[in-house]
Design a protein around this ligand. Sequence first.
Ligand code: NAP
Length: 526
Amino acid sequence: MQITGEMLIGASAVRGTKGTLRAFDPARNAEIEPTFGAGSVTEVERACELAAQAFDAYRSAPLETRARFLEAIAENILALGDTLIERAQAESALPRARLEGERGRTVGQLKLFASLVREGRWLTATLDSAMPDRKPLPRSDLRMQKIPVGPVAVFGASNFPLAFSVAGGDTASAFAAGCPVVVKAHPAHLGTSELVGRAIQKAVADCGLHEGTFSLVIGAGNEIGEALVAHPAIKSVGFTGSRRGGLALADIASKRREPIPVFAEMSSINPVFVMPGALAARADSIANGFVESVTLGVGQFCTNPGLVIVLNGPHTQGFIDAAAQALAKKGAQTMLTAGIAAAYREGVAQRAETSGVKSVAQGTPSDASCSALPALFTTTAAQFLATHALEDEIFGPTSLIVTCADVGEMMKVAEQIEGQLTATLQIEPDDYELVRGLLPTLERKVGRILANGYPTGVEVCYAMVHGGPFPATSDPRATSVGATAIDRFLRPVCYQDLPAELLPEAVQDGNPLKLWRLRDGQLGRD
Ligand code: NAP
């Protein structure tokens, strides 16, 4: 499939006329063909109007059609073959194996949501029978189901050109909920976005859906994204990126005539608590595993472990030395964009100059362009508690080890840290009592607590939570990965005393969709 540099507005391919954009190969330090026409507010408006027109048709299509649509997108992405992988590699400098894995995850997510759509529990069909003889007042017949909120704006993430971009988790969950989607392509992977966008556009046509079910817009600067979030047809937003970007979009959304939710996944430093028993049992292996996790994918994961908390003790220095040695062997590698690489270098330089922070290791320099040199720092808990800037995410292969004089200091550090996607516990049975004291704090702070592993690597399944209190996300009640991501784009509607002929299928007598439903407080399929 040819990349043309056009936007996809409904069924049309439209060349933007507001200047030009070029994709960039950070590994070769060179622009990539072709030239893209940058879109304007006009195309955003057209895409949003089409999405509004498509909404009722799309949401009322049979669930089987919606599931087939998700599967058709997956099939069309696979049919792009090497063209997609090679383009994504050129635009991101991510290795082929990683991108092939990411494509597998993208396809897997779409299929997971297809099976979820068919199963239908997310409709939360609930029936409360009328009680005409109830005294002193009769009760009406009440039935509830969840419906989609309306068209959703999705911002593709720079660090997942496939799994969190045009057909990524936000898009898949919004489509599954019954929402048309308008995607704002990330400027770092314009060609990848167009290829995947065309795969979705084809699936829309093949499944006989309204053309406005999907559009893809591109543009230079913030104007396009701002216009998208401000458009009255858009009813919710999915975003992964910087704290500044997420907050700017949330601000626009909250100031609209009709404010709308923004599900922004922004910044997280994913603390790892290494407990004394674990340190005594396996300091070297924890140090090595931690360094692998910090440097994986050039540290460009939202779950990168940017903070390690240890108690001072006989094995602490050995742990720091082992981590420093392992990190020193890691080479500098190309980051996703020149801007991300520059932000990383600036963040690391600032950290190195922060009072009370010691630089204990640097990776091996290389002459790779747009590269990041891994860096490891240590500080004391007292310094950490006094310096809020040490909690800032530095997106890339770096981490800070915080040494605590005693358990009280460790608890204070846990209490101070901002909201996080994850917290990791390295523990042995003799640490359990200490951990019991820590867990209530961690539950308040994070979306996922894991033991004896590393936070990078997020399973896409039913129980996954990829969310957490601010600034990890803008709404801690939701996850952006896993089956329950669909809940972000649904809202409940109750039908009181509606004639049987007018009730939606999900709550009709006889249960024509064969759903699991709550009827008078009892779960069943009757
Ligand atoms: P970003 O700058 O927040 O951009 C993400 C998307 O949002 C882009 O499409 C961008 O498009 C748009 N955008 C940003 N600010 C906007 C605004 N004020 N108004 C309208 N649209 C806006 O994120 P990024 O480019 O992916 O990376 C920059 C930094 O974000 C990284 O260095 C890292 O610190 C952080 N980041 C964090 C994570 C994480 O998961 N924690 C992931 C990725 C990045 P335009 O620029 O075209 O407007």
